[in-house]
Write a protein that binds this ligand. Structure first.
Ligand code: GDP
Length: 719
């Protein structure tokens, strides 16, 4: 299978750093020389710095960007430069040469901040492999655990880079142990650091059994040397460990290892790739992106160990008509199937829909069907995104990533299909927004622009929703956390020039039922000639452990309610549970057992049964002693030991439950479960409490019952 390798020359120089390039096809290469990878990590572990260095060494940028100076290639969003965190996951295409072959690498930078997990989810969904970056001092941080679990869910093969080897307190083997223990994973060093902290100078390659050392300021040049004497024994020990691990996964390595025969680097690389693809082990490398050491071997490992789209021979899809799951073989000759995984709007180019091509080829001029809407969409122009610049291309091949310009009515997560195929790819899972603000435009002129801006922003970000409160008529903007919403409001002001006033933050509570209730509802209305009639007997029960939504059990015998009415009863309960009887919040889960009822020959309509379910739910739910559930967050604080008392005391006052206290490389690590309602402006308060020396990471944990004593105070506070 051939894919096109492109070289460009600038045609037009446009504003805002965008260039349109004229294409000259120079060279062909194959799909197995393509890598779609993500860089995942806890915020601040060094993803952006690592990516910048990788782009510099692969020749895409000619100047090294620096996060601290706010001039990196990946951070194209002005908000990001300002906050120093990566909000959007920009996709960048670059090229790398290894053993005389050219490889194309599409890098998706995934953000590490918890408020932006949707970005992480969507990038993991379209990637074939990932580099997980950990800090050599801080080790496994909560966000790395969250992202790790997400990557497990999407079965993404990984390699690990332990970054910041130059930092005070850097300890490679401690971090490897932490990764093995806390992430329950078979992380195996394929390198050892040479020195640490100020004296970190390079790495020992345990496959080639050579030292790699960097010289020069920008890290572009490096050379191989013999392993320093003092590290020889360690290197032997860890190479043996690596060989033993690979022997468990490869028979040929096992045989040679047992027979004490020489094993070549090539053989080890093949075994390593197979084991990484099967996720039997995760190779661990190390370096210091900031000090420009250790980056190139990680890019080599991306090419050597991580899969190409050719390794993904089938994908799970659902037939649109029947919703039956089927395995679809990927092929360049099959009809096109792609996933719209990210939408970005740019003032100059317009709306860019980022698409991963799973099978077939995407061509400019194609007409596709959006599986969600069933409507046709026309592909006018396709581009390849190289961060701040884009290049027009004629087609994007199987396995590759590109952007379609100007698609209408396409949302993140939509499947696009070519002619002759009607399927949907598996849906992306996004967490529900947990917090909202009532917003209103500052001036009437801002009103129309606000509507347009919000519709653009919600198209781009599936964890952002806009609701109209039916009682007050207010517009409620909901998102994943305070920071998420703050970023959105700032975007509204700076990019869309819409100023809004915001109300108090409102938590998305849920309701639950505490005890079963048996109930009968009879709807009987007579207006002149025709009437309405529905009669249902049902039991409302609390939902089971881990259940979301409605479980509906139809126990009607002898057709006392004819079959065609049953879906309407179910629909009625489904709608009714969106508004609980305690404070109008939706029910997290509910079980309904419909066991008896009757109809009237003439007066019963489908709609009457829906209405009866509504009334029945409203009356019965009140009798089941309903309670309130609130989002509870896991808060991890890293603080110098002297502030431990102050931090735990404050967490206790916030209804926090301390789960663990332990010392790690950065100081005291406190993990607590704290209701979201008690966490407003927590980061600011923590800063004051600890003279700015502690840091906190807040991740969603679960919905938990609110103690009865405080339900009423929470409700008055939030409304
Ligand atoms: P991200 O949030 O994971 O993208 O991390 P960044 O790349 O933005 O880096 C966070 C901070 O760590 C910045 O101040 C970087 O300069 C710094 N940093 C990144 N890599 C290294 C490294 O290898 N060593 C040291 N000492 N600092 C680093």
């Amino acid at each position: 299978m051939e894919i096109v390798f492109l070289y460009y020359k600038p045609l037009v120089t446009a504003t805002r750093g965008f260039f349109i390039y004229q294409l000259t096809i120079k060279k062909m290469k194959t799909i197995n020389r393509l890598r779609n990878i993500g860089i995942m990590a806890h915020v601040d572990a060094g993803k952006t710095t690592f990516t910048e260095r990788a782009l510099y060494y692969t020749g895409l940028t000619h100047r090294m960007g620096n996060v601290d100076d706010g001039n990196t290639v990946m951070d194209t969003d002005p908000q990001e430069g300002k906050r120093g965190i990566t909000i959007s996951s920009a996709a960048v295409t670059t090229y790398w040469k290894l053993d005389g072959e050219n490889y194309q690498i599409n890098i998706i930078d995934t953000p590490g901040h918890v408020d932006f997990t949707a970005e992480v989810e969507r990038s993991l969904r379209v990637l074939d492999g990932a580099v997980a970056v950990f800090c050599a001092k801080s080790g496994v941080q909560p966000q790395s655990e969250t992202v790790w679990r997400q990557a497990n869910r999407y079965n993404v093969p990984r390699i690990i880079m332990v970054n910041k080897m130059d930092r005070q307190g850097a300890d490679f083997l401690r971090v490897v142990n932490e990764i093995r223990g806390r992430l329950n994973t078979n992380a195996v060093p394929v390198q050892l650091p040479i020195g640490a902290e100020d004296s970190f100078v390079g790495v020992v390659d345990l496959v080639a059994m050579k030292a790699i050392l960097w010289d020069g300021d920008d890290g572009k040049t490096f050379y191989q040397n013999e392993i320093p004497e003092h590290l020889l024994q360690d290197a032997q020990t860890w190479r043996t460990q690596l060989l033993e691990e690979l022997s468990l996964t490869s028979e040929s390595i096992l045989n040679k290892y047992l027979a004490q025969q020489e094993i070549s680097s090539d053989e080890l690389h093949i075994a390593l790739q197979n084991a990484t693809l099967q996720q039997q082990l995760i190779p661990v490398l190390c370096g210091s992106a900031f000090k420009n050491k250790g980056v190139q071997p990680v890019i080599d490992a991306v090419v050597r160990c991580l899969p190409s789209p050719a390794d993904i021979t089938t994908i799970k899809v659902y037939e649109n008509e029947t919703h039956t799951p089927v395995e679809l073989a990927t092929s360049e000759n099959a009809p096109f199937v792609g996933l719209a995984f990210k939408i970005v709007t740019d003032d100059f180019v317009g709306k860019l829909t980022m698409v991963r091509v799973y099978t077939g080829v995407l061509k400019a001029g194609d007409t596709l069907i959006n599986s969600r809407t069933g409507k046709k969409v026309r592909v006018a122009r396709i581009m390849r995104v190289m961060s701040a610049k884009t290049e027009s291309v004629e087609q994007i091949n199987t396995g590759d990533i590109g952007a379609i310009i100007g698609l209408k009515d396409v949302k993140t997560g939509d499947t696009l299909c070519g002619e002759g195929i009607s399927i949907s790819l598996e849906k992306m899972e996004f967490p529900e927004p947990m917090i909202g603000y009532a917003i209103e435009p500052k001036t009437t002129g801002d009103g129309t622009r606000l509507g347009e801006a919000l519709s653009r922003l919600t198209d781009e970000d599936p964890t952002l929703t806009v609701e109209i409160d039916t009682a007050t008529g207010q517009t409620i903007l909901k998102g994943m956390g305070e920071l998420h919403l703050e970023v959105v409001l700032e975007k509204l002001a700076t990019e869309y020039k819409v100023e809004v006033k915001k109300g108090q933050p409102q938590i998305s509570y849920k309701e639950y039922l505490r005890k079963p209730v048996i109930h009968r509802t009879v709807l009987k209305r007579q207006n002149g000639g025709s009437g309405n009639f529905a009669d249902i007997s049902f039991e409302l029960l609390p939902g089971g452990e881990g259940q979301q939504g409605l479980e509906f059990v139809n126990e009607i015998k002898g057709g006392v309610i004819p079959r065609e009415f049953i879906p309407n009863v179910q629909k009625g309960f489904e709608q009714a549970m969106q508004k609980g009887s305690l404070a109008g919040y939706p029910l997290q889960s509910l079980k309904v057992r419909l066991f008896d009822g009757s109809i009237h020959e003439k007066d019963s309509h489908l709609q009457d049964f829906e209405e009866a379910a509504h009334i029945g739910f409203r009356d019965a739910a009140k009798l089941s002693n309903p309670g309130l559930l609130e989002p509870v967050m896991e808060v991890e604080v890293i603080t110098p030991d002297e502030f431990t008392g102050a931090v735990t005391g404050d967490l206790n006052r916030r209804r926090g439950l301390i789960k663990s206290l332990d010392l790690n490389g950065d100081g005291q690590r406190i993990v607590a479960l704290v209701p979201l309602a008690e966490l407003f402006e927590y980061v600011t308060v923590l800063r004051t409490l600890t003279s700015g020396r502690a840091s906190a990471t807040i991740t969603f944990n679960s919905y938990q019952p609110v103690p009865d004593g405080i339900v009423s105070s929470l409700l008055t506070h939030s409304t």
